[in-house]
Design a protein. Structure first.
Length: 277
């Protein structure tokens, strides 16, 4: 269900971020229009968890910019299989792919309670021509999204599933750093099945790969709470493109404890001690 926000409604979901092209785009959208311009301010909407913001194949009538929250972009095959194409965060554009043929090429689904700016296509084009700062920020944001698409292609080029997962976690870490958040403590908004679809591997494989990366001392794993304790090691592992996740790493120290969190009585101090060992 979408809830329209008034200009007086507080937005508390968005983190404080460093200035970059995405925040410039949001700044351009959020500033009040000049009274003499007769321009309508962009509509802000709340999007509840699980809501389909844009439907695959529907006529493209709006462009959305994420102000807060997380979305997945997905296509559904004839057999009903959902292929997760990617995940969108603060500052990302949704629905721009619909400009090519007049229909959205993928669905956009909220993975948490989110907030978006929604612009009808006519208002979007008017704003581009009337506001040079918005147009420049838009081009920069689109360029950055294209760069991430290239990163995704590189991620999928890894043969080993555990290397794909390592690259994915590094990608998420980099996005968190861009948001001004910790690049080491990650709260994944997507579940294991969605990650598996995104990486092109089986659901069970993703679970095994998380266990493997934890056993090798790169991560602390507690369901969707991930802490990267060895960033350099995770980066090195991300370059490994061969070997199944089930095979033990040659030369690995068998005495090094697995850094998985015990659901019964594991304490953070013990995890820290294990990480430092």
């Amino acid at each position: 269900m979408l809830h329209t926000l008034s200009d007086r409604d507080p937005i508390t979901l968005a983190p404080v971020v460093r200035p970059h092209c995405e925040s410039r785009l949001l700044h351009a959208l959020g500033k009040a229009p000049d009274a003499s311009s007769n321009m309508t301010p962009p509509l802000r909407q709340r999007v509840a968890t699980g809501t389909v913001l844009l439907h695959e194949g529907a006529p493209a009538r709006h462009i959305c910019v994420v102000q807060a929250g997380t979305f997945k972009s997905a296509k559904t095959g004839d057999d009903g299989y959902e292929h997760v194409l990617g995940f969108s965060l603060r500052g990302d554009l949704l629905g721009y792919d619909g400009l090519a043929n007049g229909a959205y090429a993928s669905a956009a689904v909220a993975l948490e309670d989110s907030v978006v700016f929604t612009l009808p296509l006519r208002q979007f084009e008017t704003l581009r021509h009337a506001d040079a700062a918005f147009d420049l920020a838009l081009q920069a944001a689109l360029s950055q999204q294209m760069s991430r698409a290239i990163e995704l292609a590189e991620l999928m080029s890894a043969v080993a599933a555990d290397a794909r997962l390592a690259r994915f976690l590094l990608h998420v870490s980099a996005r968190m750093a861009e948001q001004g958040l910790s690049p080491r403590r990650l709260r994944l908004r997507m579940n294991r099945r969605e990650i598996a679809s995104h990486l092109g591997v089986a659901h069970e494989t993703v679970s095994r790969c998380f266990s493997l990366l934890a056993e090798r001392g790169y991560l602390l794993v507690d369901n969707r709470e991930i802490e990267i304790v060895d960033m350099d090691g995770l980066r090195a592992h991300a370059h490994c493109t061969r070997g199944p996740a089930e095979e033990p790493q040659q030369g690995a120290d068998p005495s090094r404890p697995a850094l998985t969190r015990s659901s019964a009585n594991g304490s953070r101090s013990r995890w820290r001690a294990a990480a430092a060992a």
